[in-house]
Design a binder for this molecule. Sequence first.
Ligand SMILES: [Zn+2]
Length: 355
Amino acid sequence: MSRKVKGLMERLRAGEKVICAEGYIFLFERRCYVKAGPFVPEVVLDHPEFVKQTYEEFVKAGSDVVMAFTYYAHREKLALIDREKDIEAMNRTALRLAREVADKTGTLVAGDICNTNAFDPKVPSCRETVKNMFKEQVLWAVEEGADFIVAETFGILEEAMIALEAIKEFGSGLPAVITLAACQMSLSSLDGVDLIECFRRLEAAGADVMGLNCSRGPATMLQLLEKIKSAGFKTPIAAVPVTYRTTEEMPNFHALKDPTTDEIAFPLNLDCLLCSRDDIAKFGRKCEELGINYVGLCCGNSPHLTRSLAESLGRVTPASKFSPNMALHCIYGTDDRVNTYLRKDVKKALSGQEG
Ligand SMILES: [Zn+2]
């Protein structure tokens, strides 16, 4: 376990920014190592080397946190694909690899728990089932040396509260980062609690960091973040949007439609609505203006978008070595060494723009 590295809360209390790259499920689905539909992180056991490499890529791109890829590595999901017997190995492997990369790079490890899909507010007995699902994952995270625990993507406040309770009870004092998915069209949790009231309850229950992740893209998450910030919470706020162009009419990625076909794009055809690097950089600068110091990217994320976020916050990352230098582009370049015919005549022919 690395103890030389400054902890999450120490950084946030000092006013430092913390970047946390997420979005592994969609990333590995795009690489054809996770099946869309069940969305179970089988790649952790099938190809641990790719998971480790991805952790490294996100750190190079500017992530201060190696989030263990244990999203959906819980009983409900593993039962769906008949791999329940692999649950402990899957969690421990994801956590161990994260610890290895974090120790090598001086970053922090986040254990990760999330919505269980086993919660039903109408069935009181499911409370215990859900809490036990959190408990085992939290204990594995503690044993494998996580520096803090993220509980994420909760649409149902009550389930988020149980996750927080499990971290407080079994997390050996590790900080709890609780993020809600503002997945409804209306501004309340799925169990009908006004969003600001959700955060009041999370703060009162001892969340160390709280905020929003997943579901909304930068454009529509920012509106909510402004409201949350103006409510004056003492707890640091987290902002981890999906990297899709959500709009006022389609505020979350479940509602987004392909502009060409007018069909719902979630989850397989979201690529046509992907944020640009500039969208992400704008989001980073806006978070800085709002004083939000825990930022990251969720579904849709890739290393180049994490790098845009990091650079928008003034960071130079190891991946900045390959940040664009368009002055040297063969057509759009401005450097005198670039062939004049290409950057003048050909540019005009291709783009209609004067060279
Ligand atoms: Zn997400």
